[in-house]
Design a protein around this ligand. Structure first.
Ligand code: AHM
Ligand code: MG
Length: 339
């Protein structure tokens, strides 16, 4: 009888991070420890999302956050889990969260060298329907000699040390990238309680006929945006098929699909929201870093490279177009035409 083939060459996130650390001679291990705290918060958020319907965690918490969104119970719990993980790591000097009006400074973390931005649960309008949501994060290093100030996080995405997101879907998927590095995808093995490297060196397909945008907003779109999306609907691809529309309404889920299949995801600035909807520090910049490092592009609504946008305030917003290299080239062409 043949023995079942078991893969014993498993790369866990812990192993991956340790191996990365060895490659950087100057590394102190602090970044690795910060990532361990991050992965614990992802695991616990994943756990509570899975149990939400069973233990009365669906629905509103009865409060609203800084930007006026009503908070769901899981928004509050996930935010608390994330803050606690960052605090207890001892490696995080300050944290910006979508759910907190001000920067949180961890004064007790004396030698902490990192500043973190996060959206603990992105796409929370989808939560009660059991549709995928996720956590987005970006990590900056404090300036030389800084004790940790707001300026350490009000930086462009080009300065990000690492960024990524976790999508809580049929399984929990973690996508992470580091400065100048590749993009790697991990899947949470529930039984082992470990993120396993399942998608090494993710690369976006160069083009793909899929567009992802909330078309309900087209009433408010500027003409160049309208014309661009109309052009996609009038086009047929090489195989004679038109573009497909796919919009989940959770940035993490739309982004994850776009990473794997290619296409374009957009949330443009429009006449109603001239600055856009999505937040620069913990939505746009981390995603832009992932997309660029995977061979794609990410631009704001002025066709500026998303990673070069510098936020003035921690909750600043931006329009965004991100996706396959060639699909973004088409967006640029349309903005040039009408410029
Ligand atoms: P949230 O952080 O309050 O959940 O909002 C962000 C979400 C994104 O995940 C998603 O891309 C977008 O908002 C969907 O917005 P809309 O419902 O306007 O299409
Ligand atoms: Mg969000």
């Amino acid at each position: 009888e043949e023995m079942e083939k078991v893969n014993t060459h498993i790369v866990t996130l812990t192993r991956f991070l340790t191996e990365e650390q060895v490659k950087h001679k100057e590394a102190t291990g602090d970044f690795t420890l910060l990532c361990h705290a991050l992965q614990f918060s992802f695991k616990s958020i994943a756990y509570y999302i899975r149990r939400a319907t069973l233990v009365n965690l669906t629905g509103l918490a009865g409060s609203s956050n800084t930007t006026g969104d009503e908070q769901k119970k899981l928004d509050v719990i996930s935010n608390d889990l994330f803050i606690e993980a960052m605090r207890s790591s001892g490696k995080c000097a300050l944290l910006v969260s979508e759910e907190e009006e001000d920067v949180i400074f961890f004064k007790d973390s004396k030698n902490a060298r990192y500043a973190v931005a996060c959206d603990p649960i992105d796409g929370s309008s989808n939560l009660d329907a059991g549709v995928s949501v996720g956590t987005i994060f970006g990590i900056h290093k404090l300036a030389e000699g800084s004790m940790g100030t707001k300026e350490d996080i009000l930086k462009p995405g080009t300065e990000l040390l690492a960024a990524g997101f976790t999508m809580y879907g049929a399984s929990a998927q973690l996508v992470i990238t580091m400065k100048g590095g590749s993009v790697n995808g991990f899947t949470l093995d529930q039984a082992l309680g470990e993120f396993i490297l399942t998608h090494p060196d993710m690369r976006l397909p160069k083009k793909r006929a899929i567009y992802s945008v909330n078309e309900g907003n087209s009433l408010y779109w500027e003409d160049n945006v309208k014309n661009y999306f109309n052009s996609l609907k009038e086009a047929t691809t090489e195989n004679g098929k038109p573009y497909s529309a796919r919009y989940i309404g959770s940035m993490v889920a739309d982004a994850y699909r776009t990473l794997l299949y290619g296409g374009i995801f957009a949330y443009p600035a429009d006449k109603k929201s001239p600055k856009g909807k999505l937040r620069i520090l913990y939505e746009c910049a981390p995603m832009a870093m992932v997309f660029e490092n995977a061979g794609g592009q990410a631009l704001d609504s002025h066709m500026k490279r998303m990673l070069e946008v510098v936020p003035e305030h921690i909750h600043d917003r931006s329009g965004i177009f991100m996706g396959s290299y060639d699909e973004i080239e088409k967006v640029k062409a349309f903005h040039k035409l009408s410029a």
